[in-house]
Design a protein around this ligand. Structure first.
Ligand code: OGA
Ligand code: MN
Length: 291
């Protein structure tokens, strides 16, 4: 397995076939490369759904995310695969006011998957099968680089602060508010420290994103502005890798160390990706450090 560093963060991996079951040493090599790079791009893997499920399951227990509250018809073979596409169950490009499109548009806000729940997501694995001619890139910002670049006064200001993350906050931001009480109750808000240490690498992380909607003990307006300022800091170009998709690409990212967002594309063009996501598994001392 060879890794070429991408700029300014991430790595491009060659010399491994993810369609085959991974042996323990390759698996360990991928995990330690994830610790270092936080985003790994595996070009031309062309995984089918079974192969993507097998790969994801080897990396941890699988996470359902929003599918827990949205039932209904699913285009894919497994409920653990999120259908990141603008295509309906009939195989047609969805109308722009279709709930699925509105919901996918929230992916264009900087976020980390499932930061609104405990336990949260660890690795997300996105496989591209159809990509539009223009746009539709995915950007990743490294929250460890973001923390390292904070000035001392800012580090002092945010040390010990606890941010509240809520699943529907990003949807509300886009005016998508039609949820039943049962759906709202399905994801009670959770709290995460704004500054975290990666239990595997010890690196500090500036844990922000679109699901963060308040800070405990802080006036709401001030908290929202602080969260916006920090997210703006974290997503400066010098911390961002932009992935331009080709069919067959697989990209793995660490949700605990990065935020990501999709970019605009022409919604009348097909864009079809599939995502599998693992749940973070922590030892009790690690979980206590994040409480
Ligand atoms: C996701 C996501 C962005 C994109 O799948 O979690 O945020 O570019 N995707 O589709
Ligand atoms: Mn996402």
């Amino acid at each position: 397995m060879n890794i070429e560093a991408l700029s300014p963060c991430g790595g491009r991996v060659s010399g491994v076939d993810l369609r085959e079951p991974l042996n323990p040493s390759t698996l360990a090599a991928i995990e330690s490369a994830m610790d270092q790079y936080a985003v790994l791009v595996f070009p031309a893997q062309h995984l089918d759904q079974d192969q993507q499920m097998a790969l994801a399951s080897a990396l941890g227990p699988l996470e359902l995310g929003f599918r827990r509250i949205r039932g209904g018809a699913h285009r894919l073979k497994y409920k653990e695969l999120a259908d990141i596409s603008n295509v309906t169950v009939d195989g047609e490009v969805a109308a722009r006011d279709h709930q699925k499109i509105v919901s996918n548009l929230a992916n264009q806000l900087w976020h980390s998957d499932s930061s609104f729940q405990k336990p949260r997501a660890k690795y997300s694995m996105l496989a591209a099968s159809v990509v539009p001619a223009l746009g539709g890139e995915t950007e990743f910002a490294d929250l460890r680089m973001a923390y390292d670049a904070l000035p001392g006064w800012r580090r002092e200001q945010i040390a010990g602060l606890q941010a509240v993350h809520f699943a529907l906050h990003s949807r509300y931001l886009l005016g998508d508010t039609e949820y039943t009480q049962a759906q709202k109750d399905a994801f009670p808000p959770v709290v995460w420290p704004l500054v975290q240490s990666d239990p595997r690498t010890g690196r500090k992380i500036l844990y922000v994103g679109a699901h963060a909607c308040a800070i405990e003990g802080m006036v709401l307006a001030e908290a929202r502005l602080l969260l916006m300022d920090l997210l703006e800091h974290a997503t400066q170009r010098q911390f961002v890798y932009t992935h331009r998709w080709a069919e067959g690409d697989l990209v793995i990212w660490d949700n605990t160390a990065t935020v990501h967002r999709g970019r605009h594309f022409d919604l009348s063009q097909r864009r079809e990706l599939r995502r599998a996501t693992t749940r973070e598994v922590l030892t009790s001392p690690e979980a206590a450090a994040l409480a």
